[in-house]
Design a protein. Structure first.
Length: 237
């Protein structure tokens, strides 16, 4: 289980405790990897104390804030077990609901959550709704809530995928590339709760950058497939 964290000193201890409790009830062997992505508050101090108290916790520290995607990659690269799960450190999900994802792993390679009711600002909900439909329009990935940070993977998915995104586009990049490679994706509704402490790091300025990233991934994934068809038609093939 991977928890990326940036300035979550008021959330990370409770988030870690919930993760450990859920894992204890679900599996015999596990690790909780907390990635402090260059926090400027006391997050690193808190997770350092947690690691000393719980042998199943592994901490990774970034000297500077490198972005959500980079934080996840650090967690993936240090993970050891067959299944990889990640969620956010803000306690907006009930992490115990991971138990509903695991049964799907018998038939699927990836199980992703979608928020059945979303506790975010109106602007963020609207922009997410538009973004999800844009992703469906330009790709063949039919996921209801592509940026929902509640996802479970078989490890071999990340042995085939190279992640380039350093920010929040990482959710979209992973699923587009996984779908392109033929990995099977299941969707399960999960509950979402209001943030009780701290502040989100998603900003309106992320929208333009995300759209640029979406264009980049479309070019890298889909254009090589489409170009031979167009080129062949132009040459009468």
């Amino acid at each position: 289980m991977i928890l990326p964290a940036y300035n979550e000193e008021d959330n990370i201890e409770l988030a870690a405790e919930k993760c450990l409790k859920s894992l204890d009830q679900l599996v015999e062997t596990y690790e909780l990897i907390i990635v402090d992505d260059g926090s400027t508050d006391r997050t690193s101090e808190v997770i350092n104390l947690l690691a000393k108290s719980h042998k199943s916790i592994k901490c990774i520290y970034h000297n500077t804030n490198k972005g959500y995607g980079t934080a996840l990659c650090s967690g993936f690269n240090h993970a050891r077990y067959k299944f990889l799960f990640y969620t956010d450190s803000d306690n907006q999900f009930d992490v115990s609901e991971i138990k509903y994802l695991f049964p799907f792993m018998n038939s699927y390679d990836i199980a992703v959550g979608f928020r059945v009711y979303r506790y975010d600002t109106v602007l963020r909900c609207i922009s997410s709704w538009i973004y999800n439909r844009l992703v469906r329009l330009i790709s063949s990935v039919r996921v209801r809530d592509i940026d929902c940070a509640f996802k479970l993977f078989k490890r071999d998915v990340f042995e085939q995928i190279t992640i380039d995104s350093k920010d929040f586009f990482v959710d979209t990049e992973i699923l587009i590339k996984a779908h392109h490679l033929g990995y099977r994706i299941a969707q399960i509704g999960v509950r979402h709760y209001p943030r009780m402490a701290g502040r989100t790091t998603v900003r309106p300025s992320n929208i333009l950058r995300t759209l640029c990233e979406l264009c980049r991934i479309w070019i890298s994934v889909y254009l090589p497939k489409i170009y031979p068809l167009i080129y062949g038609k132009r040459n009468g093939k």
